[in-house]
Design a protein around this ligand. Structure first.
Ligand code: UD1
Length: 431
């Protein structure tokens, strides 16, 4: 698939934000630990989620869609702590199955994760450190992780994470939830999806305190029971639409959000001359004047999210003046810059720093999505640019954005999704 975008139009209207991808991809594997049926609501229907649901099904779980965004998951029939399917290489969050399997079965065999590659490495040493501290032996093969609790069950421990890692915090929290005794995770990540996972597990009977701070205390319990849980709105999806309005101009009501989670993004946009009005469970974003420059440094939550860096950098490419962006989480995350340059952007990259000299306009071009958020940035670039932009490689984008074409069309954008080979035959106008 690819997207064809005719840019240069302001965005107007309202858009409904879906459930948070990064919470969903932690909560769905966590259902493996539950002795009962989990009804999960506000599940974003994106390919990362459908893939995880397929994995649970392949493992023997019962997965039933109640409606488009609600699913019942019953993992009681699963008897083997193994997930060795090829499709798992395509999704990074499949490694949360390791923590969940260790918790429930005391052992795990899981195919090594794939997912977005930002151009650098994505180590899992802190996950391994956490599992080992809980008493597991962990072997990393070429494309497999095999882990086993040395004494049959995991035991609580004090774990200091050397880097603030979302993935390691999630995985250790999962594994520790059913360990014998208490675990303390220090230097934990504080992202909203960490809190959401803790809330879900607690709603099933877990005993987790401090999620959202840098010290999380997990008292292991013997059993988790089923129930209903609604996933929080997606901070990054909301931020992406906010950035799109900033870039294109216009006025959009962004609904089903938690404005507190958006403060780091709203603050930056205000600095750039964009109006962001907090309306409780919605924000109204308006830009009718010139766009100002800004500097950005990405940091773990509550800092400016790295997952918004490509989208905001794209907007800064057409701001007045020179902006400096510093990537503080990943070694490098600027692969998309070459695509923007082909549209007329002036951006220099030196290691973790990008210097963006704002230009008056971008011009339509054929560009490629190299990862999920860079892909979203390419869509924003296409919406801003004059002329027609073709965005290729959109399967990355559809890993994390529910109905993006439909939602943008609802805001007046001229965007359609077509198959790569035969645009005329299979024009899939998303109306
Ligand atoms: C999660 C998000 C991703 C986001 C990232 C940072 C999900 C599914 N994905 O990814 O979208 O960009 O958080 O907000 O939630 N690190 C280590 N050793 C480890 C683990 C991580 O050195 O064992 C380093 C990484 O190289 C990186 C930093 O820690 O520099 C942060 O990574 P981490 O928070 O773990 O990212 P993910 O959980 O993979």
């Amino acid at each position: 698939m690819k997207y064809l975008i005719k840019g240069g139009k302001p965005l107007c209207g309202s858009v409904e934000i879906s459930g948070a991808k990064n919470a969903a991809v932690a909560i769905i594997p966590a259902c493996l630990m539950v002795d009962g049926v989990c009804r999960i609501e506000n599940v974003p229907m994106i390919s990362d989620v459908t893939m995880l649901l397929r994995i649970l099904r392949e493992m023997g779980g019962i997965v039933r869609m109640v409606n488009k965004n609600t699913v019942d998951i019953d993992c009681r029939p699963i008897t083997r702590p193994a997930a060795e399917f090829d499709m798992m290489r395509q999704i990074r969050a499949s490694y949360y199955l390791i923590g969940a399997m260790l918790a429930r079965f005391g052992s795990a065999r899981v195919v090594m994760p794939g997912g977005c590659n930002f151009g650098g490495t994505r180590p899992i040493d802190q996950h391994v450190k956490g599992f080992s501290a809980l008493g597991a032996r962990v072997e990393l093969g070429n494309d497999m992780v095999v882990a086993e609790a040395r004494s049959g069950r995991l035991h609580g421990a004090n774990i200091y994470l050397d880097v603030v890692s979302v993935g390691a915090t999630v995985n250790v929290m999962l594994a520790a939830s059913m360990a014998v005794g208490t675990t303390v995770i220090e230097n934990a990540a504080k992202e909203p999806h960490i809190v959401d996972l803790a809330n879900f597990l607690n709603s099933c009977g877990a005993d987790i305190r401090g999620a959202g701070t840098n010290v999380i205390k997990v008292r292991g319990v013997k059993r988790l029971e089923g129930g209903s849980y609604a996933i929080i709105p997606d901070q990054i999806e909301a931020g992406t639409y906010m950035a799109a309005v900033a870039g294109c101009g216009g006025e959009v009501l962004i609904q089903n959000v938690i404005p507190r989670h958006l403060e780091c993004i709203s603050g930056k946009l205000r600095e750039m001359g964009v109006e962001v009005e907090n309306l409780g469970d919605a924000v109204r974003v308006t830009r009718d004047g010139p766009l100002g420059r800004a500097n950005i440094k990405t940091l773990p939550y509550p800092g400016f999210p790295t997952d918004m860096q490509p989208q905001l950098s794209t907007v800064l490419a057409v701001a007045n003046g020179t902006s400096v962006v510093s990537e503080g989480v990943w070694e490098t995350r600027y692969k998309y810059v070459d695509e923007l340059r082909r549209m007329g952007a002036r951006i220099q990259v030196e290691g973790r720093i990008a210097i963006i000299e704002g230009v008056r306009r971008l011009s339509g071009a054929t560009i490629r999505a190299y990862d999920l958020r860079a892909g979203a940035a390419m869509v924003i670039a296409g919406l801003i640019a004059e002329g027609t932009t073709t965005v290729e490689g959109v399967s990355y984008i559809e890993r994390g954005y529910e109905d993006i074409v439909l939602k943008l069309r609802g805001l007046g954008a001229d965007i359609i999704s077509v198959t790569e080979d035969d645009p005329k035959e299979s024009l899939r106008s998303a109306m």
